[in-house]
Design a protein around this ligand. Sequence first.
Ligand code: MN
Length: 128
Amino acid sequence: MVKMHRILYIEDNRDNRVLVRRILLASDHPFEMLEAASAMEGIRIAREQKPDLILMDLSMPEVDGLTATRTLRAFPETQHIPVVALTANVMQADKTRTLAAGCSGYIGKPIDIDRFPQDILSYLRNGA
Ligand code: MN
């Protein structure tokens, strides 16, 4: 049986969720998608489902992505899961702040469709 890579994407923008789901499900790799439209929903799903990797939008209303990442790092059941930030704003992705919050790295938007699945696989290999 093929080992599925379960990816949770936390993102308030529906179009981005649809795009990322399409890219990953169309790739040759066994990705399975979980999605959340807010940080709070994402944290709940992460704790319940324990995905293999979390893609985190940084800019979300109410609770932002870095706060959500720090929260995930505080729970024993989610602290080992790699969190990859997704952001259109390079300033916001400031590496120091992103890593300090507990992210494993970040991927810029717009997403490079050709290399995105491989990038995700590298983060899966490297861990949190
Ligand atoms: Mn957003």
